[in-house]
Design a protein around this ligand. Structure first.
Ligand code: HEC
Length: 126
């Protein structure tokens, strides 16, 4: 009886160990996709967020072409949509907003992690 229990415990420990190792290697293999090696420290609007918006959003969201009434190429226009929650929902493809970028897959996982970290920090203009 006690022999079976010990075997069960060892089996569970082994399973947990193998699972943990597998998860680690998955992160190593696909760092960008899984956000594994994504550095979300020291995020700034000018250094981190603005370049992402410039590459993916500003062509459709500027003063001369403000699709959906949204402008993403300057902080004061953007923050309005951050504060009403629609910016975060749109980029994360959540209910309550049209998914962005329009007709494209989600932004890469690491860019989303950075955007979400910036929003969670109160979306500072830094
Ligand atoms: C190819 C053009 C295009 C690109 C690129 C694009 N958008 Fe949009 N966006 C639109 C259009 C068109 C709408 C209006 C959609 C509607 O109302 O049906 C819109 C709407 C929005 C809205 C309002 C959504 C809502 O539900 O009210 C937000 C926020 C937004 N875009 C943010 C972004 C961000 C952030 C990016 C970059 C990650 C981006 N967009 C990239 C065309 C684009």
């Amino acid at each position: 009886m006690s022999y079976i229990s010990l075997k069960t415990i060892l089996f569970l420990l082994l399973t947990l160990t193998v699972t943990a190792c597998y998860y680690d290697s998955e992160e190593e293999l696909y760092p960008g996709t899984w956000g594994g090696n994504c550095d979300t420290a020291n995020i700034t609007f000018s250094g981190t967020i603005q370049p992402i918006l410039a590459s993916n959003c500003n062509s459709c969201h500027n003063a001369s072409m403000a699709n959906g009434g949204v402008i993403t190429d300057n902080y004061n226009s953007l923050i309005v949509h951050v504060n009403r929650g629609v910016f975060g929902k749109a980029v994360n493809h959540q209910l309550g907003a049209v998914p962005m970028p329009q007709n494209s897959p989600k932004l890469p996982q690491c860019e989303l992690l950075k955007i979400n970290a910036w929003i969670n920090a109160g979306a500072p203009n830094n």
